[in-house]
Design a protein around this ligand. Structure first.
Ligand SMILES: O=C(CO)[C@@H](O)[C@H](O)COP(=O)(O)O
Ligand SMILES: [Fe+2]
Length: 224
C-alpha cells in the first residue's frame, strides 16, 4: 500500500490558520490530521467544532480526525457531519468499541482505533477485521513536540503479523515522526505518517512535507 503524510494542524499557527491550510492544500500532504483533546482523556484541551468548521471550509484534503476524548460515541455523528473522512477513537476511551466502530462507519467515515504506547496491539485481535485504520501512538497522547518512543517499531511489526486485517488496513503512526525515523517506520510496516512539529517548525513546512514524502517513498531502498 502507498504511504501518505498527514500533517497535524495542532502545530499550525492558529493566528494564520487559513494561510497554513492553504499551504497544506498546495503541499504533498494527502490528509490533514486533526487532534481533538477534551482535557479528560488527555491532560490538554485543543479545539472542537468551530475549528472543524474552518477546516471544512478551507481544506481541500480529507480530514483525519484523532479523537482524544472520553466516550467518543457521544460525538461521532457530529464529527462526521463536520466533515471528517476518518474518525479514530482510542481503545482506552471506549467501553463498547465494536458499537463505536459501527457508528463511525454507519456515519459514512473510515474508522480507526488508536493505541497508547502502553496498549498491546494484540488487544485488537477480535476487532481487527472491522477496522479501516490502526493508529499507533509513538508518544503519550496530549501534546505535540514530544520525543518518539522507539518501541513503536516493534508494535508496528507485531500489528502487521496479526491475522484477520483487511488488505486495505492503514497503519498510521503519530508522535515525534520526522525525517530521521520515517524511513524505519515505513520499513517496519506503517503507511500513514502524522507529523506536527517536524512540519510546522521547519523553515519551509511545504518543503518538509515533500521531504518526508520523498523519504517514505524510497524507504525500502535505503539502509536504516
Ligand atoms: O495526537 C497527537 C498528540 O497527542 C499528535 O497528532 C501530535 O499533534 C503530533 O505532533 P508531533 O509529535 O509530530 O509534534
Ligand atoms: Fe494525533
Amino acid at each position: 500500500m502507498k504511504h501518505l503524510i498527514a500533517p497535524s494542524v495542532l502545530a499550525a499557527d492558529f493566528g494564520n490558520l487559513q494561510r497554513d491550510i492553504e499551504m497544506l492544500n498546495q503541499s504533498a500532504a494527502e490528509w490533514i490530521h486533526v487532534d481533538v483533546m477534551d482535557g479528560l482523556f488527555v491532560p490538554n484541551i485543543s479545539f472542537g467544532f468551530p475549528v472543524m468548521e474552518t477546516l471544512r471550509k478551507h481544506a481541500g484534503k480529507p480530514l483525519d480526525v484523532h479523537l482524544m476524548i472520553t466516550d467518543p460515541d457521544r460525538y461521532v455523528e457530529r464529527f462526521a457531519q463536520a466533515g471528517a473522512s476518518v474518525i479514530t477513537v482510542h481503545y482506552e476511551a471506549c467501553t463498547h468499541l465494536h458499537r463505536t466502530i459501527e457508528a463511525i462507519q454507519g456515519a459514512g467515515c473510515r474508522a480507526g482505533v488508536a493505541l497508547n504506547p502502553h496498549t498491546p496491539v494484540q488487544l485488537l485481535q477480535d476487532i481487527l477485521p472491522m477496522l479501516d485504520l490502526v493508529l499507533i501512538m509513538s508518544v503519550n497522547p496530549g501534546f505535540g513536540g514530544q520525543k518518539f518512543i522507539p518501541n513503536t517499531y516493534k508494535k508496528i511489526a507485531e500489528l502487521c503479523r496479526l491475522p484477520g486485517a483487511k488488505d486495505s488496513l492503514i497503519i498510521e503512526v503519530d508522535g515525534g515522526v520526522d525525517s530521521g525515523n520515517i524511513a524505519a517506520l515505513r520499513k517496519a510496516g506503517a503507511h500513514a505518517f502524522v507529523a506536527g512539529s517536524a512540519v510546522f517548525s521547519a523553515p519551509d513546512p511545504a518543503a518538509m512535507i515533500a521531504e518526508l514524502n520523498q523519504i517514505a517513498s524510497i524507504a525500502f531502498d535505503v539502509q536504516v
